[in-house]
Design a protein around this ligand. Structure first.
Ligand code: G6P
Length: 368
């Protein structure tokens, strides 16, 4: 097992550190930058059908559901096709309104999650075309979908998903671009976005160098009883994922929220004992996020911000700032999620938790 961990103390940490390579691998054979070439082999024969979909519904569970939510933001932003996201467990029992004009995408790392498999079968019965995004090759979900794509992230051992999420999001980014081609985006625009994607491995590697800074922050906050994670736009699903990571492995109560929704509830919880992680990277929501930071500060909440390199505003307002490389909004989640994974990891290990095998959780939930 020690050898399998490749010198890392836990599988989870190893998998977090594999992410630059994972993003590289998910693009391999699918993208050629020089010509702005993008080809998703697993769906190539169905691409026209996908582009004509009246609506896309994405079903998943857990971390894969957070990737699904990003899928909605990406596909609607780039390809302008209406997307709906559902928890697989809800979709399967609520007699959903789907039919032959819809495409249902199921996302699953393991390809074996019982609810996701049932959602897939429900969608098929109702006549929708079903496409999969899975990591495990030959898994049940991969076999039962009509077409799909593998994320090629390699085996994920840590129960809390990290690199599989990154691979799913990179895959959805490429899918959204593919759906845009010849419809909502010119080839040169697509090339620009692909170029940004190709810069992600190096940018993630730079974030991983912040590991010791993040560990120091973890030491300062490890005894908190609650955490709030806030983000807007593309960073909202990341806030959900950051909070999920923390609760899964450290057993600290954490909630992710769209930053502007804070005033409709969570703001009542904020006091000097409440650390608030705020995703404050430079995008079109930046000014709004700064005012959310002020709202937390004026209630004595302790803010840990994730900000873009070169930003000087955020550090004036917050107790801790983690600076990450600049990137445009839609691709930012591939960066902002990384410090949140590391923060959860360090808080959990400092509290003596078994991060690779957290209590009560399973890597793959194959029963209801
Ligand atoms: C379990 C795991 C999570 C995972 C979820 C969905 O709850 O602990 O890490 O995100 O299942 O799994 P899937 O394999 O379908 O992505």
């Amino acid at each position: 097992e020690k050898i399998e961990k490749g010198g890392f103390e836990h599988f989870m940490l190893k998998e977090i550190f594999e992410q630059p390579e994972v993003v590289h691998d998910v693009m391999r054979g699918r993208v050629r930058l020089d010509e702005g070439w993008l080809r998703l082999g697993g769906i190539a024969d169905y691409l026209d059908r996908l582009k004509q979909a009246k609506r896309i519904v994405i079903c998943a569970c857990g971390t894969s559901w957070h990737a699904a939510l990003l899928g909605e933001y990406l596909i609607e932003e780039f390809a302008r096709i209406p997307v709906e996201v559902d928890y697989a467990s809800e979709f399967r029992y609520r007699n959903p309104l789907v039919g032959v004009e819809d495409v249902v995408i199921v996302i699953s790392q393991s390809g074996e999650t019982a609810d996701t498999l049932a959602a897939l079968r429900t969608a098929k019965e109702k006549g929708a075309m079903v496409m999969g995004i899975c990591n495990v090759v030959g898994s049940t979900i991969a076999r039962e979908t009509v077409c799909g794509m593998y994320t090629h992230a390699g085996p994920e051992i840590g129960v809390a998903s990290t690199k599989a999420f990154t691979a799913q999001v990179a895959m959805l980014y490429m899918l959204a671009l593919s759906l845009s081609k010849g419809r909502t985006m010119s080839d040169s625009e697509i090339t620009l976005h692909l170029r940004e994607l190709s810069e992600i491995p190096e940018k993630v590697a730079r974030i991983l160098e912040l590991d010791s800074q993040i560990k120091l922050i973890a030491e300062r906050f490890k005894d908190a009883k609650n955490f709030l994670y806030l983000g807007r736009g593309f960073n909202f699903p990341v806030a959900l994922e950051g909070a999920l990571k923390l609760k899964e492995i450290s057993y600290i109560h954490a909630e992710g929220y769209p930053a502007a929704e804070m005033k409709h509830g969570p703001i009542a919880l904020i006091d000097e004992d409440m650390p608030v992680i705020i995703l404050a990277t430079r995008d079109n929501t930046y000014a709004k996020i700064l005012s959310n930071i002020e709202e937390v500060r004026s209630r004595k909440g302790r803010v840990i911000a994730i900000a873009s390199e070169g930003d000087t505003e955020v550090s004036r307002l917050t107790e801790e700032v983690i600076y990450i490389p600049q990137a445009s909004g839609p691709i930012t989640p591939l960066l902002t999620v990384v410090p949140l994974q590391l923060l959860a990891y360090h808080i959990a290990t400092l509290r003596g938790c078994n991060v690779d095998r957290p209590r009560n959780l399973a890597k793959s939930v194959t029963v209801e």
